[in-house]
Structures are given as C-alpha cells and as structure tokens.
Design a protein around this ligand. Structure first.
Ligand SMILES: C[S@@+](CC[C@H](N)C(=O)[O-])C[C@H]1O[C@@H](n2cnc3c(N)ncnc32)[C@H](O)[C@@H]1O
Length: 318
C-alpha cells in the first residue's frame, strides 16, 4: 500500500523529504518509503518557492485556514505547527486559549484530523512546548489530539542520535486511530554511526569572504568575551548547536552557532546550514541567503523524519 500524506506548514519541505525518502546524505541512501505526498502548503512565498524547486508535486502558497477545506483524503497527516503562545492562565478548568493568531494554528491540525480522519499523524514542535505555561499547555495539546480520536504518544528526539551533526531536540507527537497500530509503534532507535560538524563544513579557502566576520567585530567580541559569554564558536569535532531560522543575523554578540577556524570567525554558509540539517546537496536553495537560512532553520531534519516515518509505516503495516 502507498500511504497518502498531507503536509501542513510544509516550509521548504524538510519534513516532506524525510516522509518520502529517496535521497542521499553523507554517503548513506535513505530509500523511498511507501508514501506519496498529496497535499502540501505554506504561507511563506519563499519557502514555497524552494519547495517547488525540489519536489515534483507542488506546494500551495496560502493560509491554511483558507486552504484546509481543499485538503484531499489522505492516510497520514504531518506538520510542524508554528510555535505556540497559548493562554491558559487563570482559567478554571484550564483550557487552551489563544494569545495571538499564531496560537490558533495548532487547531488547524486538529480540525483536519477530525474531518479527514487519517490513519495516523506526526506533529512536531520545539521542546519548550513541554514546559510552556508552567507545564500546563502540553497536557492540553495532547488532550486535543486524543479528543480528535487518536491514541497518542510523544517523545523528544535529538537529531544528533540519527547520524546528523547537530544537537536539535524537538518534541514529536505521534497518533494512530487504531489502538493495535499504536501499540505496535516504537520511536526510532538511536543510530550508532555519529556525524560531526567537520564532516559537513567546507574548508576555509572554499568559503566566500562575505561569511567571515570583520576584524572589528572579532576584536570587540574578544574584548568582552568573559563578561558577556560571546562567540559561540562550535567544535568541528562535535555536534553543532541547534541551527535556527535567523542564522543570517548570526553575529558574534548572539548565541547563534558560528565557526572559528585558525583564529578566523565566520558564519555558516547556507549550504553548510542545510547539511547540518541533513538536507542532501542535491536539494536546491535558489532564493537569497536570508530566505534560505530561514527555511533551513525552520525545517525538520529530513534524515530524522525519514526514520520516524519508517517507524510509523512499520506500525501501520503490521
Ligand atoms: C516550523 S515551520 C515548518 C517547517 C517544515 N515542517 C519543514 O520541515 O521544512 C512552520 C511553517 O508554518 C508556516 N505558517 C505559519 N502560519 C501559517 C499559516 N497561517 N498557514 C500556512 N502556513 C503557515 C510558516 O511559514 C513556516 O514555514
């Protein structure tokens, strides 16, 4: 059976690439899974542009609140819903409210589950969701998924355990309509083979001067380093800290990861950021650096998603 997958908040397609498979990363081949993406969309024009440069099927540009009625039937729903700002303080009994428009988007996933009743879903979010609102938000998020008719589990997965050279902890919620499938489901095991930053970065002479910080910025940072804990230079022998969506603004004053090789400080190139996120080199980013960094930093690492989707399919097929 080929499982039809609908993807919400698809961004540039990190989650979707992993959900489909059929790509190479760091000399390993991630085989095609028994899936077919039948819907994907995002509200960000440039993320959709990147997506459509890389996938045969096309992502639709638009607001999911307006597009959701057009969703086709599907078997698996996937989505990294935008980080939430729920308001649940001073409510009795506590329930999920919205602090702003973004806070409502999680309910779009719930809506689709209630209306389309796919066999399973995978939702992703930052680990901070577990502690948000004095730990009151997450149980309510989980309850909403359960109330939509799903047997749910959740787990924090760290990309560095899946041959990805990045420490990136994200919470994944996986739900099945069928209790037997849910009982058969296990989150993917850590992979023994580790990948480190040095495996994916370019040598310094391959990197354009524009990615290096000026002498003035470096001297300023060095003067204040002890006082301000600046200069988040990463160890090439180890995993990179989490790549974020604002890497284009990485400065020596910020907490964003940077490199310091033989005394020269620089930011990662978009291709390096993509590799740190486990995108294959065949995945193209034709938009500006700033827009590329944003889409890359927002993405679910394809390799991690591949392992998770494989586990979900295994549970459905048993
Ligand atoms: C965390 S990112 C998802 C990245 C994606 N899962 C990936 O792996 O590449 C969340 C995405 O939600 C999109 N988004 C925010 N509000 C939206 C809306 N109202 N309708 C559709 N997409 C929206 C953002 O543009 C962003 O790309």
């Amino acid at each position: 059976m080929t499982y039809k997958v609908a993807s919400l908040f698809s961004g540039c397609g990190g989650m979707d690439l992993g959900a489909e498979g059929n790509f190479e990363y760091q000399n390993d081949f991630y085989k095609k899974l028994n899936t077919k993406i039948v819907f994907s969309s995002d509200i960000d024009k440039y993320a959709v542009e990147i997506y459509n440069d890389n996938f045969e099927h096309k992502s639709i540009l638009g607001d999911i609140r307006e597009l959701k009625s057009t969703l086709p039937e599907h078997d698996i729903l996937i989505g990294g819903f935008p980080c939430q700002s729920f308001s649940i303080v001073a409510q009795n009994p506590p329930r999920l409210g919205y602090k702003n428009d973004n806070g409502k988007l999680f309910f779009e996933m719930i809506d689709v589950l209630e209306n389309k009743k796919p066999l399973a879903f995978i939702a992703e979010n930052v680990k901070g969701l577990l502690s948000a609102n004095k730990k009151q938000a997450f149980p309510l998020v989980l309850k909403s998924f359960k109330d939509a008719g799903y047997h749910c589990t959740f787990k924090v997965l760290d990309s560095s355990n899946f041959s990805i050279p990045q420490k990136r902890e994200r919470v994944f919620i996986v739900g099945f309509r069928d209790l037997i499938a849910s009982n058969k489901f296990d989150y993917p095991e850590s992979i023994d083979k580790k990948s480190h930053l040095k495996d994916v970065i370019f040598s310094e002479n391959e990197v354009d001067d524009k990615y290096f910080f000026s002498e003035k910025a470096v001297n300023g940072m060095l003067r204040n380093q002890e006082k301000m804990n600046k200069g988040r230079a990463q160890d090439p022998e180890s995993f990179c800290n989490t790549i974020t969506a604002h890497l284009s603004k990485a400065s020596l004053n910020s907490v964003d990861p940077v490199l310091c090789i033989e005394g020269r400080y620089r930011r990662f190139t978009p291709r390096e950021a993509a590799r740190i996120q486990s995108f294959p080199d065949s995945f193209q980013f034709k938009v500006s650096d700033t827009r590329s960094y944003k889409a890359i930093g927002n993405a679910v690492p394809p390799v991690l998603m591949w392992h998770l989707m494989k586990s979900v399919i295994r549970a459905l097929e048993q």
